[in-house]
Design a protein around this ligand. Structure first.
Ligand code: SAM
Length: 256
């Protein structure tokens, strides 16, 4: 199942579990099982019940906060001070700054994929690695821990996400090169790296591969998590068999 279909399915599961719980509560109120005057108790029951139904429907855990906060927000939203909304808006803007222009949302490389990348670094003998759009820096930090001599670099243009990555790599700076720059991936010189990694979206792949082809050195690996370059066969795809059905697509745009 594709990423967007999964998102839609998840939202449907949220709607079904919230709807089912509303129906259950209405039924219970009619039978006088729940006191209809106690709004806080009803909201709590709705939130917890919908979350439980969501889990039964195998809704991913990442949706738990949505399930719990949705009824609270709908009922008590008007009581919250205006600055809360401003703060929430600012946080969303700082995380998704570049999403409309780049068509790349924030989602993170999972543990299984980070482990596969570590094996790839060992197997290829790479000494430098860049994560284009490094998110919170989790890939860079885990590679730096498993391969202290590997020079790791990341570029990121979402301000809050960049700040998190920068802080995350701070304790690892003493162990050789570990840098995160607030810079667009389109401005990064790819000729310096043995492995160029990206986890973006289908939108930039053709243009990014063209950039990689003109800049990357012979033998260097271009690794795309999940998204293939259109009309270019990968040299190899590493299937991880995880929940997301991640595939790491390997290319050598600079030749062998
Ligand atoms: C799907 S996330 C992947 C994060 C990280 N690489 C990982 O795998 O965990 C893509 C990231 O690319 C960043 N991004 C999108 N366009 C970018 C650009 N032009 N330059 C730098 N970063 C960009 C986004 O802000 C987001 O953090």
């Amino acid at each position: 199942m594709g990423r967007w279909q999964r998102q839609i399915l998840d939202w449907l599961k949220v709607a079904v579990s919230q709807g089912l719980m509303i129906a259950l509560l209405i039924g219970a109120a009619r039978l006088s099982i729940v006191p209809s005057g106690n709004v806080a108790a009803i909201v709590a029951a709705q939130a917890i019940g919908a979350a439980a139904i969501g889990l039964l429907l195998r809704l991913r855990l990442i949706w738990l906060p949505v399930q719990l906060l949705l009824p609270v927000g709908l009922v008590y939203g008007g009581a919250a001070p205006a600055w809360i909304y401003l703060l929430a808006f600012a946080a969303i803007a700082l995380v998704s700054w570049n999403a409309p222009s780049e068509q790349v949302p924030l989602y993170l490389t999972n543990r299984k994929t980070r482990e596969a990348l570590a094996r790839l670094v060992t197997e290829s003998g790479a000494s430098s690695f860049v994560d284009l759009g490094c998110g919170t820096g989790s890939v860079l930090a885990s590679l730096k821990r498993s391969h202290p001599r590997l020079a790791v670099a990341g570029v990121e243009t979402a301000p809050l996400v960049f700040a998190l990555a920068w802080l995350r790599l701070l304790p690892l700076r003493g162990r050789g090169v570990a840098s995160v720059a607030y810079r667009s991936l389109w401005k990064e010189d790819l000729s310096r790296y043995d492995i160029v990694y990206c986890f973006l979206s289908p939108a930039p792949m053709a243009k990014l591969h063209a950039k990689a082809t003109s800049e990357m050195k012979p033998g260097a690996l271009f690794v795309s998590n999940s998204f293939k370059v259109p009309d270019v066969e990968p040299e190899r795809t590493i299937e991880l068999g995880d929940g997301r059905q991640t595939g790491l697509h390997l290319y050598r745009p600079g030749g062998v």
